[in-house]
Design a protein around this ligand. Sequence first.
Ligand code: ZN
Length: 487
Amino acid sequence: MQHSTGPYDRIPTREPAALAVSRAWVALAALAVLSVSSASAANMVYFFADNGFGNPVSTLQHPCAEHHNGVTYIAYQGPLEDAYICAYNHQSGEWQGPVKAGDSLMGKQQPARIPGDIDNHGRPALMVDCEGYIHIVFGGHGGYPKFGRNEFGMWGDGRQTHVVSRHPEDISDWERRDNVSPFGTYSQFVHMDDGDIYLFYRHGSHQSDWVYQKSRDNGRTFHPPVSILKHKVREEDSNLHDAWYAWFDKGSGDTITASYVYHPCKTRGHDNARHNGYYMLMDCADDTWHNVRGRELAAPVTKESADKYTLVSNTGDMRSKRGTCRVDANGHPHVTFKQGGYVRYYRWLGNEWQQAVCVTPEPGTGECDLHVESPRAVWLVLARKAAGTGEICWWKTTDGGLTWNKDRCLLNKPGPGFRIGALVRNAHPDARVVASRQMQHHGGLYSELYLLGRNGPIRRRGREAAVLARHLAGLFGTTVTGNLGHD
Ligand code: ZN
C-alpha cells in the first residue's frame, strides 16, 4: 500500500550534495559549537522571529521564500515596514537573521499605533538568481509624485525598491539597484528555467496598468515596463475606472500564467468591490498572451477583451478576490478565487472550466495556495480560523477537485488566526510554507513568523528567535516590559 506523507513525496528538491558554505555560515558554525551544549528542547520555540510588522507575509507579494542549495531564505515585512530576511540551513539546522535587507520609504512618517496605520502593500518578494545572489523587491505602493510622471497610471506611496545581496548565498550585506520602476506595488517574481527573470507588479495605485519588467542578466538590468492589463475610464460612466488584482506564476514549459479579478474603481464613492475571475497565459518565446483556448490576445488586455476571452467565472454582484493558480503536467490551470465567503476551486478540463467547488464545507476564507500533484490529485494549503482556533492545514482532492477533505494540519493554536505566504519556491520538504501570527502586545502591531513543512514548524532557540524587545529598544530607545505574548 502506498503511504502518502502529504504533498512532499514528489516535490523536486535540490539536495545539497556538496553544500557551498558561505563566509557567513562559517562564522555561524563557530558560534554554534559554543552554544550547542546549552541548547535543550526546553528553550526551543516554534517561531523563528517575532519582529514581523503588520501583515508581514501574503500570498500576493511572492514568492516570499525560496530554497536554494540547502538553505531556505525568507523575506518579510519588519518594523517600520522595512524588508527583513532570515535563512535556515537544512544540513546544519542553524538559523541566521533577522537581517534588514533594505529601507522602505513608507512606515516612517507616522509611526504606526494601530495595525490599520500600516500600509502592507510593500511586503517583500524574494528570489535567488542563477549565481546564488538573493534579490528582494519591496517598499512600493504606487510611488510618490516626486519620482516624476507615471506613464501607466496614478501615483501612490513609497518606492518600489530592488536590493541584492552583495555576496552569493549570504544574507549579511545588501546593495540597492535602481533598475526597476519606483511606481510598482504588489511585486511578484517569476524565474524561468532559462534564467530569465520577470518582475510583475501594478504600475501605480488602483487606477494603473499591471506590467512586467524582464531581466536576462540575473537582475543587473531590467527592460522597460510592458503593460499587460489596461486601466481606463469606462465609456458609459466617467466615475468608473477599470482596475485589476492579478497573480502570476511560472506555467508549463516556457510560459507564465496570470489569474486575476476585476475592480470597478470609483473615483467618487470608492469601495472595495471586486468581481469575476479571469485566466490567461504568456508564451515567453515571444512574450505574447493567449487565452486558455490558445487564442492570441492583444496586449494590454482591456476589460472588454478579458470578459470576452479570458473569463473563468462571472460572479455578477458577488464579491470575488484573487487566489492563486498552479498548472498540472498537461499545462492545464488549477485556480482558486475567494468568492461569496468561500475558497472556490476551478480546473480547466481541456475544453471547458469545471464548475466551481467550495473547498471547505462552511464559509470562511483565508490565504491559500495550491500544489498540483496530478490533474486529479491536488493539495491546497489554507490558513483560516475555525471555532476560535487559527489553523494552517492541507486540504486534498483525489477526484479532480469535485470533493475536498481536510488532511494534515501544519499548525494550529487558539486565538488569532495565521497568515501565510505563497508556497516556498523550490521548497525543501521540511519548509513549504511561511506563516505569521499577530501577537497581543504593542496593540497587535507585531507578529511571530513560522517556517512549516512535513514535520510542522522548524524550531529555533528562543533567545535567537525572540528579537523584538532588543530590536525595538535599538530603534526607539524604549524598554519593552511585561509578557511579550509568546506561548
Ligand atoms: Zn479602486
